[in-house]
Design a protein around this ligand. Structure first.
Ligand code: IDC
Length: 460
């Protein structure tokens, strides 16, 4: 600890460092605040603050702290209402975390900018009381008792609450999982053994079912592909995973080209799966070469078809520029913020490929996340071609950001395609081993290590 504090004092950039505010090992007095820089880049950084109430229960709280360097600014925060005046920063609890029992914690975070050095903030206080308490172990589990049961059992029917995906207890959750490759090509990757591995070894919360419409997909055999999707929904359900039904439009990029097919497909799968709690609908994978107005028009025709059959399911709407919120077409999230889809209980898709889409895309997500419910229904660790090398640094920066913002994600792909984005080595799906480390690619190894960590879904 001494060495770390010395580094801080010199203003060195330290990433992944956790500092306990206040003298360590003091008697608990009122609160503790644990500050962690989770990633840092030129002029910017992302930080988390874990606040633990060590005093009497509070039903409303404001956290205060001081930025030591004049250039340090909070740009965008989450899980609290943030403001800054000079060097003084405040974060006030929001609906779902404003009550903190004795011993309870809440995790806040923000993206910040800095000009000189980026030392850890000082003088943390909770409702004006200095946070001089120390938590005994910064890796203490959250105060909710660990939930038992599968992700779908614990969380039940999902809904959108504010900008978050919420569970049956009306608490924000993040689902972490994998996307199939095109089911017209990789059917052998989705049998009992591979899905057991996904649920049991990967502890995946989610299986995205990528049903291409073109490229020998749905349009060639609507009934057959509908049956395949329903079979995978059932297999996910049997293993306690959510199933994301992806109408994988890609080429042509205007989803209206497939409007009639979408209505036929979704009226069928929504009626068939209406009573299930594990189904989420994604109505257009990646609109491209088309305006947001055209995508919105498509969404406003398809969503009522789903609602008529399955009124309570969450629906994900693709966005312009290959679901980049318009960024890949030179636009940004404001086109959606200013002209949202006229429907409730929906989220917007954001897709990225870590080797191609970096800081400006991350900045967009950081900004947009406080205004729009976002779901990363597809992303890759490699380039946007689906191939090339894993960009580990960018992938980790993305995953840290999504974790902090509680944005759900599905990784492309749970398959043995001969391309860098695939999780399994070529040939794996012809065999029966989906569990050993020998069958994983670099991308698969990274994703398995991220997805299989404990979820800690809130249960009250
Ligand atoms: C890619 C597959 C590749 C296939 C190609 C065309 O990895 O094997 O030949 O599609 O069907 C997306 C798309 C997704 C792409 C992926 C990688 O949603 O279908 O898969 N990608 O290019 N958007 C950005 C990247």
């Amino acid at each position: 600890m001494k060495r770390l504090l010395a580094l801080l004092a010199t203003g060195a950039s330290v990433v992944g460092l956790t500092v306990l505010a206040g003298p360590p090992a003091q008697a608990a007095t009122g609160c503790s605040a644990e500050y962690t820089i989770t990633s840092q880049w030129a002029g910017g950084f992302q930080a988390g603050v874990k606040v633990t109430n060590l005093g009497d229960p509070v039903s409303d709280w404001t956290l205060g702290f001081t930025m030591p360097d004049t250039g340090q600014k909070v740009v965008q925060g989450w899980n609290a209402t943030w403001s800054q005046s000079g060097s003084a920063v405040t974060a006030t609890g929001v609906d779902w975390n404003r009550t903190l029992a004795t011993g309870a914690s809440t995790d806040l975070g923000f993206v910040g900018s800095f000009t000189g050095s980026n030392p850890a903030p000082t003088s943390f206080s909770l409702n004006g009381v200095a946070c001089t308490g120390s938590v005994t172990d910064p890796t203490d589990p959250p105060t909710d008792p660990p939930a038992t049961g599968t992700p779908a059992d614990v969380n039940g029917q999902l809904h959108v609450c504010g900008v978050h995906l919420c569970n049956q207890y009306d608490r924000p959750i993040q689902l972490r999982g994998m996307s199939t490759h095109g089911i017209q090509w990789f059917g052998s990757c989705y049998g009992d053994a591979s899905l057991d591995a996904l649920a049991d070894d990967w502890k995946s919360d989610l299986l995205r079912v990528a049903m291409y419409v073109q490229e020998d997909g749905y349009e060639t055999d609507p009934d057959g592909f509908t049956r395949q999707v329903n079979r995978l929904v059932d297999m996910a359900e049997a293993r306690g995973m959510y199933a994301l039904i992806d109408f994988h439009t890609l080429t042509p990029g205007d989803p209206n080209y497939n409007l009639d097919r979408a209505k036929t497909f979704f009226s069928s799968v929504a009626a068939r799966n209406a009573d299930k709690k594990n189904v989420i609908y994604e109505i257009a994978n990646e609109p491209n070469g088309v305006s947001w107005a055209a995508v919105k028009n498509y969404a406003e025709q398809v969503i009522p078809v789903i609602r008529a059959a399955d009124p309570d399911a969450v629906v994900i709407v693709g966005t312009r520029g290959w679901s980049s919120l318009g960024v890949s077409d030179g636009s940004n999230e404001s086109e959606v913020v200013n002209n949202p889809v006229n429907a409730a209980n929906i989220m917007y898709a954001f897709h990225f490929y870590a080797a191609s889409h970096k800081d400006n895309y991350r900045a967009t997500v950081s900004r947009a996340a406080s205004q729009l419910p976002l779901f990363v229904s597809e992303f890759g660790t490699v380039s946007a071609t689906g191939g090339g090398a894993v960009d580990r640094a960018s992938s980790v920066a993305w995953l840290d950001l999504l974790d902090q913002l509680k944005i759900s994600y599905a990784n492309w792909t749970f398959s043995d395609a001969d391309e860098g984005s695939a999780a399994f080595k070529p040939g794996t799906c012809n065999g029966s081993d989906f569990s050993s480390s020998a069958v994983l690619t670099e991308s698969g190894t990274l994703l398995k290590s991220r997805i299989s960590t404990a979820d800690n879904f809130p249960t009250s």
